[in-house]
Write a protein that binds this ligand. Structure first.
Ligand code: 5AD
Ligand code: SF4
Length: 475
């Protein structure tokens, strides 16, 4: 069990002015997170809010007094997963009738009291802008047995004063803005996460500095659309520059961005600062102008390509990834081929690819979902296969090259290896055991690659597959 109170006190020691009015409480909360990085970052905020009220986190579901699911609504499948999970949680509720079950996040916001009515085991429903109320709502169920719901969206809530409780690691997210005003016609996010709002620039910088002092070496500035960041007269490029200068030895990345707002100033800022990673995740969604228009994406393929070419011209070797939706209403084979052509032209290093899922309330919901499921899947399979080949080609180009990596974790597959990451966001597996030893002048045995998690080291790429690079240390 992780004691959140201790973690909070640790954080308090390292910062000033944060006073958590912690009350005593022996209740344990177990949280599962689904969906995008924003949700994972929000879970860290919820843990912090809970800890302030004296709750502890448990990683053992059998031990929990409350089970919270932080949910995603982006596609129908994401919601189905939660419904299956709720069915499975009935067993825990039967075993312990006092157990509190809560739904947080986008599904809570979208389905609201319908969820309480249709899923009897759910006790609390909390939307993304109401996380400060989570402890109060749980307390209330314990004390009175009353179910609770808090789903108001806010124009100002940024949780700016809350220090997220993060898992240990060299990589951390900093949420810089919340919400989305783009209203792409297929997307529920503007409805589940509300209007755009940005955090104070100074508090973001303070958080970056504090994270550096705590051993973090890689930060991701996070938001649904980071390049609409606006605080006083500062735009996203200004923020990125200030962060890069404030923590010069920290790797700084951002996600996710919208092509409409990605301007030359941002590319110049990226090119100017060595510690801003040369990597852009820029969702294209479709390679057909007709479909982009129906999606309300506000750019054409040629606008998009201009940005990509400029970025490569200014930062050769930059890494690109994207999101693509297959089978949007009315998508023809011709439109699909256009997407394939754009993928080939850009040569993405990585892509997140999905079949279109019709979401209630969105503008596209009113269009007929007219592409047969088999056709959607076949098109998706084609783009996945193409992307796999291109990822492999792009990785192969690095074989024999020396590149600087940050060692992030022990490899998932074996303790004998570590997982490191290049500046352009490719993972590299390196041996964790020192490979060579030599005896120095005084007769001492020296291990020549005694590196550890959190170190930046140079490695030579020796082989690869489409997902991963393998490297050796350079003497
Ligand atoms: N259907 C399929 N994919 C979607 N996305 C967003 N909404 C939908 C939907 N209704 C994808 C987009 C977005 C990513 C986060 O999820 O590609 O960029
Ligand atoms: Fe959804 Fe479009 Fe906003 Fe991204 S930019 S969150 S796809 S509405």
């Amino acid at each position: 069990m992780i004691n959140l109170n201790n973690l909070i006190l640790d954080n308090n020691n390292k910062t000033s002015g944060l006073n958590f009015n912690k009350s005593e409480n022996d209740k344990k909360v177990y949280i599962e997170t689904y969906g995008c990085q924003m949700n994972y970052s929000d879970t860290e905020i919820v843990l912090s809010v809970l800890s302030k009220s004296g709750y502890n986190e448990t990683t053992d579901i059998n031990n929990a007094d409350a089970i919270l699911l932080n949910t995603c609504s982006i596609r129908e499948n994401a919601e189905k997963k939660i419904f299956y999970r709720l069915d499975a949680l009935r067993y825990f509720k039967k075993r312990n009738p006092n157990l509190v079950i809560g739904i947080l996040g986008c599904m809570a916001e979208r389905l609201r009291k319908d969820l309480l009515e249709n899923k009897k085991i759910v006790d609390i429903i909390v939307g993304p802008d109401e996380y400060r109320k989570v402890p109060q709502l749980i307390d209330n169920v314990f004390e009175t047995g009353e179910k609770g719901i808090a789903v108001k969206l806010s124009k100002v809530e940024t949780y700016d004063d809350i220090i997220p409780i993060r898992r240990d690691g060299v990589s951390a997210w900093i949420t810089i803005m919340r919400g989305c005003d783009k209203f792409c016609t297929y997307c529920v996010v503007p409805f589940t996460r509300g209007r755009e709002r940005s955090r104070k620039l100074t508090s973001i910088i303070d958080e970056a500095k504090r994270l550096y002092d705590e051993g973090v070496r890689d930060i991701w500035l996070l938001g649904q659309n980071v390049n609409s960041y606006k605080f006083e007269n500062y735009d996203f490029s200004d923020l990125l520059k200030q962060v890069a200068i404030s923590v010069p030895k920290m790797r700084v990345r951002y996600t996710t961005s919208h092509p409409y707002d990605l301007n030359l100033k941002l590319l110049e800022t990226m090119a100017e600062h060595d510690n801003i990673c040369k990597y852009i995740h820029l969702p294209i969604q479709s390679g057909s102008d007709r479909i982009l228009k129906l999606m309300n994406r506000e750019y054409s393929v040629s606008d998009y390509m201009k940005v990509m070419h400029k970025a490569r011209e200014m930062m050769p070797g930059i890494g690109f990834s994207t999101d693509i939706i297959s089978g949007f209403p009315t998508e023809t084979e011709e439109d699909h081929k256009m997407t394939i052509n754009v993928m080939k032209e850009v040569m993405y290093d990585y892509a997140y690819m999905f079949t279109y899922s019709r979401r209630p309330n969105t503008k596209a919901f009113r269009m007929e979902d007219d592409i047969e499921p088999e056709v959607k899947t076949r098109r998706l399979d084609e783009i996945i296969e193409l992307q796999r080949d291109m990822s492999y080609e792009s990785n192969k180009k690095l074989i024999g090259k020396i590149t600087n990596v940050l060692i992030e974790t022990i490899s998932k597959k074996s303790d004998d290896y570590l997982m490191a990451r290049t500046d352009c966001n490719k993972s590299v597996i390196i041996p964790s055991l020192p490979q060579k030893t030599y005896v120095d002048k005084s007769g001492d045995l020296i291990l020549n690659n005694n590196y550890k998690i959190g170190d930046f080291i140079d490695v030579r790429i020796s082989k690869c597959n489409s997902a991963t690079l393998f490297g050796e240390t350079v003497e």
